[in-house]
Ligand binder design. Structure first.
Ligand SMILES: Nc1ncnc2c1ncn2[C@@H]1O[C@H](COP(=O)(O)OP(=O)(O)OP(=O)(O)O)[C@@H](O)[C@H]1O
Length: 297
């Protein structure tokens, strides 16, 4: 797999507290990759390490074959829209574009101006007077017009209403199609990720619990419902992700590449949110013992 991002044993510590520890993962190139996980999983820390805003305390991270923020060429290859979609409050939209042109060697002014025009934002307006959605769109515009090879977005739609979110993601998809970008996008909104991503990474407590292409993830996870039984009675090739029982009935979410023939089961197709929540809900004390699941087809 060609990777745009490779981390090995990566950790970031603040005093005695680890924000990210022993994180090992690969993010495939040419994809829109969704990064999802519970609060405090280390997603923002990982993304900030990837763009060189933070330096690792332990381990290594490689982005597009280089060290994050290691010189102008590396900086030019990676675009970043941080969690709070940062803009300069006192600067106008026009001044943001001029700054973008000055700071980025591959700046595409035509793309930037066309986007601002299309959004109907007045270039003379100061960023502090834009709505949250407009500010997010301005930050995305700066990220796209930089013409990076990899665009990293940390929860860019968190503060947007559903319509603004949809427009933002639509615009992102258009940029991906036009500019052959690789994208890493973190979000808590699995339905949004499902709409725009083709690969998903579930990070829980710094560990990759699940990684794979969306269609493969969906094709290999099944919900089994039937008479109560213990999970040890399931075939070895059925990895139990979650289990719940009533007095008479058991429900399992399992991952398997093999067909399920047992006539006692009623087999259902979980949606992506069910799958993600099941992995996020796994007890962290189990973490060390479970294998990382990599689903690639
Ligand atoms: N500057 C900091 N100083 C101390 N601890 C920090 C700092 N930044 C993050 N942390 C801690 O590191 C852990 C991971 O934080 P991080 O922001 O990376 O998680 P996240 O997965 O992005 O969470 P969320 O989904 O809530 O945004 C958290 O426990 C957080 O409290």
């Amino acid at each position: 797999m060609t990777a745009v991002l490779r981390a090995h044993g990566l950790g970031k510590r603040y005093g005695r507290r680890w924000a990210l520890s022993d994180c090992t993962l690969e993010v495939p190139s040419g994809r829109v990759v969704g990064l999802v996980g519970p609060n405090g999983a280390g997603k923002s820390t990982l993304l900030n390490l990837a763009v060189g805003m933070l330096a690792p305390s332990t381990g290594t991270i490689e982005v597009l074959g280089g060290r994050p923020a290691d010189g102008p060429a590396q900086l030019a290859k990676v675009g970043f829209v941080a969690q709070d979609t940062p803009t300069y409050p006192g600067l106008s939209v026009e001044e943001h574009l001029q700054l973008g042109a000055r700071l980025n060697p591959a700046w595409d002014d035509a793309v930037a101006r066309a986007r601002i025009d299309q959004l109907g934002v007045d270039p003379a307006q100061r960023a502090k007077n834009l709505s949250g959605g407009q500010r997010a769109q301005l930050a995305l515009t700066l990220g796209i017009a930089k013409r990076p090879e990899l665009l990293i977005l940390d929860e860019p739609v968190a503060s947007l209403d559903p319509l603004a979110r949809r427009e933002f993601l639509q615009d992102l998809m258009e940029a991906v199609a036009e500019h052959e970008l690789s994208v890493v996008l973190s979000s808590h909104l699995v339905s949004d990720l499902e709409r725009v991503c083709d690969h998903l990474i579930v990070l829980v407590g710094s560990r990759v619990q699940l990684a794979g292409d969306l269609d493969a993830l969906l094709a290999t996870h099944h919900r089994l419902t039937g008479p109560r039984r213990d999970e040890t009675a399931l075939p070895a090739d059925q990895h139990v992700v979650s289990a719940s029982h009533t007095e008479r009935q058991s429900t399992f979410l399992v991952r398997t590449d093999a067909p399920i023939y047992d006539p006692a089961w009623s087999v259902g197709q979980p949606d992506l949110e069910d799958v993600v929540l099941a992995y996020m809900g796994q007890r962290t004390t189990d973490r060390e013992r479970r294998p990382v699941l990599e689903v690639l087809r």
